[in-house]
Design a protein around this ligand. Structure first.
Ligand code: NAP
Length: 288
């Protein structure tokens, strides 16, 4: 689908934004990645000027306040980026007619289910971050721009920016043992895979809320163990409980996302996370 124009907020430096920029370029789109230097996105006038100048067919919003623990102490900053920014974008989308693709998180759920979450399942965020992301979704659904895609995803790893897998590999290279939480289960997701799937959703003009993640599930400990094994590091990965590693923000115990709605819309089955992790570790982490 060459010739379409995408504005990617967070497309210069964001973990997901960078992969989105690359995937869109690969698919033949005209891509305008935007970072802090391009506009103060929290200023509606500056945001409006940025969007109007880009004349986009689709705006991908990969900007967010993602510091889950810090958000507990900075709810205003989290809400400014996670609720007010999508709301501003929703109003612009309603006025100008572009498709808005916005990202949200598995942390909108309370983690009390034991089977994968569907997009329609009741939400119940446990943290300031989760509540701010849910508020962003709700603001958009209320404004209801005519062409809206909300993609909830989870547990991202990928090239270009610090992420859980990279942190674990750095620690494992220096230590004989790392201790990692084993009683939180989620959907590890590789940003280049997610980006390709999201481009597909935009190209087929899919409206509504979708869950998109790599297939399968893991605990943080299983994800770290697999990465350490693939990297050939001789570090013991010791499972611990959440109680043994208290954090400022509470996280859901189980937040695996079901891709069923995404598969039905696109015909695509995302590959298992372990296969994607192999690509990440072999291609992106330079050998010692
Ligand atoms: N990471 C995960 O595991 C995960 C899981 C579930 C859902 N998500 C969702 O996926 C989306 C992308 O997350 P991500 O992990 O790619 O985020 P990220 O790596 O933290 O990137 C966030 C982007 O937002 C920009 N940004 C932050 N504060 C800003 C501000 N005040 N003004 C302008 N730009 C600002 C950052 O720019 P700078 O580089 O200049 O700071 C960066 O480009 C988010 O909606 C997130 O909620 C992420």
């Amino acid at each position: 689908m060459s010739g379409r124009t995408a504005l990617v907020l967070g497309g210069r430096t964001g973990l997901l934004g960078m992969s989105l920029t690359r995937a869109l370029e690969g698919a033949g789109w005209n891509v305008r990645p935007a970072g802090r230097e391009d506009a103060a996105v929290t200023d509606p006038a500056a945001l409006g000027a940025l969007v109007r100048a880009a004349e986009p067919d689709v705006v991908f919003n990969a900007v967010a306040y993602t510091a889950v623990d810090k958000a507990e102490d900075e709810p205003d900053a989290a809400n400014e980026l996670n609720r007010a920014l999508p709301a501003s974008l929703g109003r612009l989308a309603a006025e100008l007619g572009f498709r808005l693709v916005h990202f949200s998180t598995d942390f909108v759920f309370d983690g009390k289910k034991s089977t994968p979450y569907e997009p329609e399942d009741p939400t119940g965020p446990l943290s300031v971050y989760g509540r701010s992301k849910l508020a962003g979704e709700q603001a958009l659904l209320e404004i209801a721009p005519p062409r809206l895609t909300i993609v909830r995803t989870a547990w991202l790893f990928g090239p270009g920016r610090r992420n859980f897998v990279r942190t674990m590999l750095s620690l494992a290279a220096e230590r004989e043992e790392i201790r990692v939480v084993h009683d939180q289960i989620g959907s590890p997701t590789y940003t280049p895979d997610l980006a390709a799937h999201v481009v597909k959703l935009a190209e087929i003009e899919a409206d509504g809320v979708f869950h998109v993640a790599n297939c399968g599930q893991a605990s943080w400990c299983e994800l770290a163990s697999e990465a350490v094994k693939l990297a050939g590091l001789h570090c013991k990965v010791q499972p611990i409980t959440t109680a043994e590693y208290p954090t400022r923000a509470e996280r859901p115990r189980f937040s695996v996302l079901s891709n069923a709605k995404f598969k039905a819309a696109t015909g695509i089955t995302p590959r298992p996370w372990a296969q994607a992790l192999r690509d990440y570790v072999f291609q992106e982490i330079p050998p010692e």
